[in-house]
Design a protein around this ligand. Structure first.
Ligand code: SPV
Ligand code: MG
Length: 530
């Protein structure tokens, strides 16, 4: 159903409804999720969020830009605060034309002169528009709309400037005769006296909209005793909420020179991603990104629980409700990589996954990754990624490594490395040069693999992260066959590969993008990467 029709149905229903203010795509989405049936695109809130006054300081095309984001972000019908229509009848027609083009359901214009001032600041009687001119504007707007359900609401400002109830009633009748679909009567009194008087004096049976910003203490049940009261607009409360919270949080961060104390008080970034519909993007990625059909992956998940003393294989530790293995499989599938082998060992029967090949390393206790790899690769007939079963990483690293591999066919292996030795007892890799530019250095290669730490002071020492790509799978397989893998650390294996003249390229990652899960703290760090 188009949004104008939805709004029309709300207008024609026999009970009142609430419109909540929104001022950008994010707030529109939040209003929708909260359950409101319609949105008030408040001029005050939109201009405030843009950092300008509510005095027609933005052009109507700038308003349209904001509205388009709002309309795209939700399925709710939006009632636009059209101020005075951005000029005379001609400008108001153009506004209707453009609003309809972007799918807006309804617009409200107020009977003041252009440029307007916000109603709570306006006191001048002569700010009111000539009622005949305003009625002509309404008539022109109604004649312009293409969709018969598009709604034009005439807003009365007589009570705002002190012109009185009679003036408001007379104007309302003129605007209705000109074709207005509904009336919005505005008041800035702290009680509903003006509104009550207007409703008593106005005898037409049309939908009426109210904005109780100033008379917020008057119960809704009082306002809606008159059955013509249809739309109640909560006009600016989201932008005001943002201001309060942004002031508090900015102040705290400023005073603390730290973000640690606000972390629990604000939405996690995962909530931002959810509101941005990131899941939808991941689905689209699956559909539209090229598939790496000539690539495999091997996940080495045989190792024991380590210091975590967890009763399950580490791969099954959960981060935000999903196991590390599930996260890894999702990441691999997001780059359309589906030929995946998982090597199991410790509590192997607990590791089960659909559409992957499971291989077991029965000697998992006394061997390590090189042996697990040697068991898996005889069946792998193409280049492959290797993932330690306990590393958690940002997905972009996969794409970086795949892109690097396709641009550097002469690399035999490509290792993602970090500056910090987070795999305790890991070996370090000495590079041909100091890795100054993280992730963007074309020519980093391993020249030496060492266990001793005396060269730690050298700036060209890095550590293997647990994520690598084997580009030259035949050469690596041959080497694995030659070596005594049962008694070999994977770093020794890398050292032997270097000795044999193989090219081990290195991509640097920051430790913010990859975590090796060893301690409980690592799980928290991993959660933050999501
Ligand atoms: C708005 O929300 O921009 C309005 C209502 O026009 S008021 O600010 O009360 O005038
Ligand atoms: Mg306004």
């Amino acid at each position: 159903m188009d949004k104008a029709k939805k709004f029309r149905q709300l207008l024609n229903a026999d009970r009142h409804f609430f419109l909540m203010e929104a001022h950008d795509g994010l707030s529109a989405k939040i209003v929708e999720e909260t359950g409101f049936p319609a949105i008030w695109a408040s001029g005050l809130s939109i201009t405030a969020s843009l950092g300008v006054r509510d005095n027609n300081e933005i052009s109507y095309t700038q308003l349209l830009d904001v509205l388009e984001y709002m309309n795209d972000a939700c399925d709710l019908p939006i009632l636009v605060d059209g101020d005075t229509g951005y000029g005379n009848f001609n400008n108001a027609c153009r506004l209707v034309q453009k609003l309809e083009q972007i799918g807006i359901a309804a617009v409200c214009i107020e009977d003041k002169k252009f440029p307007k001032t916000n109603s709570f600041l306006e006191t001048k009687l002569d700010a009111l528009a000539d009622p005949l001119e305003f009625a002509g504007k309404i008539r022109a707007m109604k004649a312009t709309q293409k969709n018969p359900d598009f709604v034009v609401i005439a807003r009365l400002e007589s009570l705002i400037v002190g012109a009185g109830v009679e003036d408001a009633v007379n104007r309302a009748k003129m605007y209705l005769s000109a074709g207005a679909d509904a009336i919005l009567v505005h008041s800035k009194r702290p009680n509903s006296k003006d509104i009550d008087d207007f409703l008593a004096a106005f005898d037409r049976n049309v939908p009426i909209f109210l904005v109780p910003t100033k008379y917020y203490t008057v119960p809704v049940s009082h306002l809606t005793r008159d059955k013509r009261v249809r739309g109640i607009i909560w006009a600016n409360h989201n932008v005001r909420a943002c201001v309060t919270v942004m002031q508090e949080i900015s102040k705290k961060i400023y005073n603390d020179c730290s973000i640690a104390n606000v972390e629990g008080e604000i939405a996690p970034v995962t909530e931002i991603f959810r509101l941005q519909k990131n899941e939808e993007y991941l689905e689209m990625e699956k559909k539209y990104l090229p598939e790496y059909s000539n690539l495999s992956a091997v996940i080495l998940a045989a190792g024991g629980p380590g210091p975590l003393d967890f009763e399950k294989p580490k791969s099954l530790l959960k981060i935000n409700g999903k196991s590390i293995l599930e996260h890894q499989l999702d990441a691999l599938r997001s780059v359309r990589l589906s030929n995946i082998t998982v090597v199991r060992g410790y509590k192997r029967d607990e590791i089960q996954a659909k559409d992957v090949k499971l291989i077991d390393n029965p000697k998992w206790k006394d061997t390590n990754a090189a042996y697990s790899l040697s068991l898996a690769v005889p069946d792998v007939k193409e280049p492959y990624l290797v993932l330690y079963g306990d590393v958690f990483f940002k997905r972009y690293l996969l794409r970086s490594i795949l892109d690097y591999a396709s641009e550097h066919p002469s690399s035999d292996m490509i290792l993602v490395c970090v500056k910090e030795d987070y795999i305790k007892g890991g070996y370090y890799l000495r590079l041909n040069k100091r890795p100054d530019v993280f992730g963007d250095d074309d020519e980093l290669t391993v020249i030496d693999v060492r266990r001793e730490r005396e060269a730690d002071k050298d700036g060209d020492v890095v550590y293997f992260s647990g994520l690598m790509m084997v580009n030259n799978h035949l050469a690596v397989q041959q080497l694995l066959e030659e070596e005594d893998c049962e008694n070999l650390h994977i770093s020794d294996f890398m050292g032997h590969a270097v000795d044999k003249g193989m090219k081990l390229s290195v991509i640097m990652s920051s430790k913010e993008a990859i975590v090796d899960i060893n301690l409980l703290n690592d799980l928290m760090k991993a959660g933050e990467l999501l």
